[in-house]
Design a protein around this ligand. Structure first.
Ligand code: KMH
Ligand code: ZN
Length: 274
């Protein structure tokens, strides 16, 4: 039976700890969240880290410690965000690969991001991609818009396949400024993906989380969920732990006859090093 890759994005860079004390921001909290989410059905973790004041940081020693701690305590594939926060400079975002993750996010273009702009000009995207090939890190292409799908065609045409030979994308839907979190937008984006794409997941931001998950499952995709993307299970029902979102995703996937895959199965899917 086919199965579903569930990626958990537990923290992100946008929510303040003061506004959401349940957000895992310390290393201990991240490890605890990772363990519970793995038990609930996650196979990969998309990590952003915070400093001692719970502020987003790309400090290399903290990234390296986080990668080691997640590897020591779970079997999850460790994906580091190279998106960081909208204020992070390009050189810090490139340096993320020095922390030796299994996978890294790689956003395929600039996008309005609420009141901010998430900058990903083509030369930066191309440099980060070539660095991921050189460092043998499996990228996950983050697609916030249909234009990003076009940029992925261009990238693969120009620089060839990623390290490992698999092409895995994540549709990030419902960001104010990006593509909407609708079934129509999901189908349009998936139908436009390059033929080289071997797997894709989708994540719906905010209130689009559930409908995007349902659309992704019905179109044959995988799922990303977590408190980076949504802080409520339903109107007036705050998420109190990332595992609640993973449990819900796992239940939907199981109902769709595509139960969650193990981290080992996910390593095979993405051709991540063991
Ligand atoms: N925090 C956003 C500006 C990624 O992780 O690669 C970017 C983001 C994407 O979350
Ligand atoms: Zn992220």
């Amino acid at each position: 039976m086919a199965s579903t890759l569930i990626t958990v994005a537990p923290t992100g860079a946008e929510t303040a700890k003061a506004d959401c004390p349940a957000l895992p921001t310390t290393l201990n909290e991240l490890v605890e969240a990772a363990k519970r989410c793995e038990a609930a059905g996650a196979a990969m973790i998309h990590l952003h880290i915070r400093d001692g004041e719970h502020r987003p940081t790309l400090e290399l020693s903290r990234l390296t410690d986080a990668v080691a701690a997640i590897r020591e305590n779970t079997g999850l594939i460790v994906q580091l965000s190279t998106g960081g926060a909208v204020t992070d400079p390009y050189d810090h975002r490139l340096r993320v690969l020095d922390a030796g993750p299994d996978s890294c996010s790689l956003t395929m273009g600039t996008v309005n991001f609420g009141d901010d702009v998430f900058m990903n000009p083509w030369p930066f995207v191309a440099e980060l991609y070539q660095l991921s090939q050189e460092r043998e890190v499996v990228p996950e292409f983050e697609l916030f818009d249909l234009g990003h799908v076009a940029a992925l065609h261009r990238l693969l045409d120009k620089f060839g396949l990623p390290y490992g030979g698999r092409v895995h994308c994540d549709l990030v839907m419902g960001v104010p400024g990006g593509m909407p979190g609708t079934t129509d937008a999901l189908v349009a984006a998936v139908n436009a993906l390059p033929a080289a794409v071997t797997s894709w997941s989708a994540t719906g931001i905010g209130r689009t989380s559930l409908s995007v998950a349902l659309a992704a499952l019905s179109k044959g995709g995988h799922l990303r969920v977590g408190m980076e993307d949504t802080l409520t299970l339903a109107k007036g029902q705050p998420v109190t732990h990332n595992a609640e979102l993973v449990e819900r995703a796992a239940a939907l996937a199981t109902m769709a006859q595509r139960p969650p895959m193990s981290p080992d199965e996910a390593r095979d899917l993405l051709n991540v090093k063991r």
